[in-house]
Each structure stands twice: as structure tokens, then as C-alpha cells.
Design a protein around this ligand. Sequence first.
Ligand code: ADP
Ligand code: MG
Length: 240
Amino acid sequence: MIIVKELHKEFEGNHVLRGVNYHVHQGEKIVIVGPSGSGKSTFLRCLNLLETPTRGEIWFDGQLITDPKVNIDKIREHMGMVFQNFNLFHNLSIIDNITLAPVKLKLMGKEEAKENALKLLARVGLKEKADAYPSQLSGGQKQRIAIVRSLAMNPRVMLFDEPTSALDPEMVGEVLDVMKELAESGMTMVVVTHEMGFAREVGTKVLFMDEGNIMEENTPAEFFNHPKCERLQDFLSKVL
Ligand code: ADP
Ligand code: MG
């Protein structure tokens, strides 16, 4: 579904991604871990072109999306992204947050979008919040809404950048539960997280990113029980 070839990203001389190669297949749940500053967010943001790669190719469903002629907005419709800080529209009710994009982009009529939104809200246990505003919700609830808002676009893949890092500890579980349910439903997912339990349980592959490259890739069992490179061994000894 996604092919990354020799991906480089530099910010004013800071060489952040150093020739990343990777394939994501349909239905996979790729979990990315690694130290702060290693390029995890930059990699994720390059996948949906929130950052413009300096060099290299990204293919999505057979289309070369790093081609400058490509309509980036059209590509992004198929790639949901959930951020650490929710990024909800504070002046809009929850239901309007969810229906805004599909209606504006004419993917659905207003009524259909609303019906779909209510179904998605029910799926994450927040149907009664449809008419609330973001400020009235807890962090965990906001993040569940952010996930629902992405899902309302019917994406082919969901990208998550540390979706639980900004949450109080007691709210982490409710967001991870929604992500687990999404994984079980067959969604293709790429997840940057520090939640090693989630990586072990939900990941089909776990990647270790360090200094702008994927240093190790393995099944969760091998990744955590038999890490090969020294830097990963060191990293795991600090986080587990
Ligand atoms: P991670 O998500 O693994 O913590 P990031 O991808 O956020 O790492 O950052 C990797 C490096 O890229 C850091 O040195 C960071 O300062 C730099 N960086 C990230 N985004 C930008 C940007 N928009 N402009 C300049 N430098 C950036
Ligand atoms: Mg990051």
C-alpha cells in the first residue's frame, strides 16, 4: 500500500531522514519506536506529505505521490492522521468537527455525514457528546473524537503520532482500546508510540528508528525478546 524508497529529509542542513526504505502492506499495523529526535514524526509527516521530502520516493496505492504534479489534498483524504494534541476545531461542536471535511469535500451529503458521525461516535462510546464542544471534553475523549474525525473520511490507512503522549495516565487506556478495536477491524495503521505494551500486542511489525533511519524491524516477539542491534538493546533497557 505504501512504498518508501531512499527517503531523505533535511531541515536547513539538519539531515533528519537518511535514506529510509520501507513497505507497508494492506492490513499491517506498523509500530515505530525510538528515541526523541530520531525522525519518527518527520517520517510519518512525509508519508502524507505534511513535510516535503528532500529526496526519495513515496508510492501510495500504486501512485507516486512525491511527484510534484500530484494533488496532495486528494491523497490526504485517504490517509487519516491523529496527532499528540488532538487538533480539534474549538469553535465547532463535536458533530461539526466530524462532518466538516466529508461535507466540504462533497464526499457525503450533510444528513449522511451526520448519520455516519453518530455511528462512529457510538463505536467509541461518545454518542452523547455529539453536541458538546471540545473544551467540555477530557483529553482522552478529545483524542477519541480526533480518531473518529479521521475515520469519517473513510481512510485507507491511519497514521498516529504519539496519540497518547499528551494524556493523563488514566486516559491512555481508553484511547489505546479504540486503536486496538480499529486494528482488529482490519485498518492499516502506522503508529509512533512509547506504549510498548501496545506495540507488543497490536503491532504486526515493530520498527526501531534512530538517527534518521530504521535500524531494526521485526515481529513484536523477536523485537522485544531478541533485539539485535546494541542501540535497540540499550533503548529497551531504558523503556521496559
Ligand atoms: P521524533 O518524532 O523522533 O522525536 P522529529 O521527527 O520530530 O523526531 O525530529 C527530528 C529532528 O528534526 C529534530 O532534530 C527536530 O528538531 C528536527 N525537525 C523536525 N521538524 C522540524 C521543522 N519543521 N523544522 C526544523 N527542524 C525540524
Ligand atoms: Mg515526534
